[in-house]
Design a protein around this ligand. Structure first.
Ligand code: ZN
Length: 126
């Protein structure tokens, strides 16, 4: 069923992806859970590398790419910027799941949809 009416201040039970629901609420219209931002396209798991920009995080992940000539794998890294709504509040070092969405700015077309908090060493700023 598609929800068409008012869905501000309301939380979706399901965003179409099997990830845990956030405990907090937010009023961000560009939130996958509380706003009007459909997730479609690709899903990635990565680590937050930078939170310097407002409501934005830089997420990085590693993958192996097969190089045919050498019959070996090359280690590659990808970095994208992703929207970080208030209910997620991802911090540096957190493992996050990001989903592709419509372009939110020139370089942002991903949004954080789940956070695994890193309670250990990497968290600074507090
Ligand atoms: Zn939210």
């Amino acid at each position: 069923m598609r929800c068409q009416g008012v869905y501000r201040d309301s939380m979706k039970d399901n965003i179409g992806i099997d990830v845990p629901k956030p405990k907090k609420k937010c009023n961000d219209i560009n939130c996958a859970w509380h706003g009007r931002l459909p997730i479609r396209g690709r899903i990635f798991k990565g680590i937050v590398r930078s939170t310097k920009a407002k409501k934005t995080v830089v997420v990085e992940w590693e993958y192996n790419r097969y190089v045919h000539k050498y019959e070996r794998y090359e280690r590659c890294k990808s970095r994208v910027s992703a929207h970080n709504p208030d209910c997620m509040h991802a911090r540096e070092g957190d493992r996050v799941i990001i989903g592709e969405c419509r372009p939110l700015s020139k370089t942002k077309h991903f949004v954080v949809i789940a956070v695994e908090r890193n309670e250990g060493n990497v968290v600074k700023h507090e």
